[in-house]
Design a protein around this ligand. Sequence first.
Ligand code: ZN
Length: 144
Amino acid sequence: MSKETYAAWWDKAVGGFAPQTLAERAHELGRDHGGDTASWVIDGNTSEDFCRKVIEGYDDGDPEIMDMQPAALDGQWADAPTPLHIRQALGIENAPSDEVLDAYEEGFSEGYWHTVIQAAYGKLPEYEPCGVCGFYGHKPKDHD
Ligand SMILES: [Zn+2]
């Protein structure tokens, strides 16, 4: 993952303004769900080799790695969110628009990969977290 991508992530994570539009709220909701979904991917038993493979594969856009991410909305497991869940979570009357669903899916992907990649870095002794924000994948000077 590029440094710019992490910086963009961080700006959004601590940008300091409450989300305003429905799409922005859907994006945030997706990011939370994606992060939750990813939290089991790398655990105490995950090998360092696998973590390296994930980091490299993600950087390269390797389909074998990218396919790890479940679809945000296809209901492939029991607790998977559906458009109805999104509608309820956002407190809206009608079915969410494509724009809102797209924002959700984009957020889901962002949250999923952020969580997986940070966990992968965290398992590898050769990487140090950024001294400013505690995330991996960039240097403190990138915050300037
Ligand atoms: Zn940082």
